[in-house]
Design a protein around this ligand. Structure first.
Ligand code: FES
Ligand SMILES: [Fe+2]
Length: 400
């Protein structure tokens, strides 16, 4: 996976038996609300591509836990985000999940208060207004928006700080050399996973399950077939320090170029990648809690998560290609999509299996093996988020 790793790097594995998060944090309603308030409503979240809301007056509505965010492109082409809630008595504003407004006004379906696409309240149908009432005091509730390389992120915190670009996981690979802005969506896979959102990330963060769960992927990426993600996950890495075979160094099996059914690319590879980036086979970047993105030599794949409930998570995977690949007759995109879709289905089944077992009255918490060092880091991140955003009422709730 990381062919460029230095030989002097230490062993990655955990040295002590760390416990997982408490089992109830994966199914308990109060724990779920705590995750929403401390994590989902306070971090930058990826919603879609800018190109998904391309036309002026086009909009999409996204559900994040109990919240709905309306993202709309105003008449001057600027993307704006608001809570999908009217300032009058709180009705839902847009009933459809996507569409294009017929006018430059957003009109509440309940009593027809109308807002400009910048969020200003401009029209109220009442015959007269109460004394002292000023429309300027009732704009739509704004939501912070941050654009990163063709992706739209929002943050529900009122005084959101930073940007999407600054909040990638520090262990993320660098995708600077992938032309993300220029890519177009070639395929979308939507799926509701019957598992807590954290179960998905835990599964993402280890390859101990790869030999048993992902036969084809383990064949394509030989180090995964050993249950490892990188050279230094092996306690005996020093014995093979000079061995560049992919089962030790990472990267794809001999002869394979990309993640696809037969290992072949769909067409031209990205000319902007370094030799090391081409050799790596896959470069991951993680943006908790909502997204990971993986760059291959000829395409990019994104996976977006949204929590729907304590034991339900919506997954949206997108395959992004150079725009001309989508119209070129010779490009065999199925060869690529089928491979990745199978890996996702295998992971989804593993996550649902994990979720089912977590309800045991006897199971208070699990224990991590050395290869699961990234899960430990994820658990520490979750704990840090809870601690940083003291959600007192909810914590008191969950302590009962
Ligand atoms: S709730 Fe929107 S106009 Fe009344
Ligand atoms: Fe997996």
């Amino acid at each position: 996976m990381r062919a460029d790793i230095e030989h002097s790097d230490p062993y990655n594995g955990l040295r002590s038996a760390e416990t997982t998060l408490p089992a109830r944090s994966y199914w308990d309603e109060a724990e779920y609300r705590r995750d929403l308030e401390a994590i989902w409503y306070r971090n930058w979240m990826m919603l879609c591509r800018e190109a998904d809301i391309a036309q002026p007056q086009a909009y999409r509505v996204f559900t994040i836990g109990t919240q709905q965010v309306l993202v709309i492109r105003d008449e001057s082409g600027i993307l704006r985000a608001f809570h999908n809630t009217c300032r009058h008595r709180g009705s839902q504003l847009c009933r459809e999940n996507e569409g294009r407004l017929k006018s430059r006004l957003l009109t509440c379906p309940y009593h027809a208060w109308s807002y400009s696409l910048r969020g200003e309240l401009v029209r109220i149908p009442s015959k007269t207004l109460p004394a002292g009432f000023d429309k300027a005091d009732y704009p739509l509730y704004p939501v912070a928006i941050s654009l990163w390389r063709g992706f739209v992120f929002v943050n529900l915190t009122e005084d959101a700080a930073g940007s999407a670009a600054e909040s990638f996981d520090p262990g993320s690979g660098d995708l600077t050399n992938w032309p993300l802005e220029e890519l177009a969506t070639g395929h979308v896979l939507r799926k509701v996973l019957n598992c807590n959102w954290k179960v998905f990330w835990e599964n993402f963060n280890e390859c101990l399950h790869c030999p048993g769960v992902h036969k084809n992927l383990s064949h394509l990426v030989p180090i995964y077939g050993r249950g490892l993600m990188a050279r230094h996950d092996d306690p005996d890495w020093a014995l093979h320090a000079d061995n560049d075979a992919p089962e030790f160094a990472g990267g794809l099996r001999a002869g394979a170029e990309t993640w696809s059914e037969d290992g072949r690319v769909h067409g031209p590879v990205f000319g902007s990648l370094t030799e090391a980036e081409r050799a790596a086979g896959q470069t991951y970047a993680m943006h908790l809690p909502s997204m990971f993105i993986v760059g291959h030599v000829d395409y990019v794949r994104t996976v977006r998560l949204m929590p729907l409930g304590p034991e339900q998570t919506e997954l949206t995977a997108e395959w992004l290609f150079p725009a001309d690949a989508l119209t070129s007759e010779g490009a065999n995109l199925e060869n690529i999509v089928d491979f990745g879709a199978r890996v996702l289905e295998e992971d989804a089944a593993a996550c649902e299996l994990n979720q089912k077992g977590l309800h045991s009255l006897r199971h208070q918490a699990g224990v991590l093996m050395p290869e699961e060092y990234e899960l430990h880091r994820f658990h520490q991140w979750v704990g840090g988020q809870h601690a940083a955003h003291d959600v007192t009422s909810i914590s008191a709730d969950s302590a009962r």
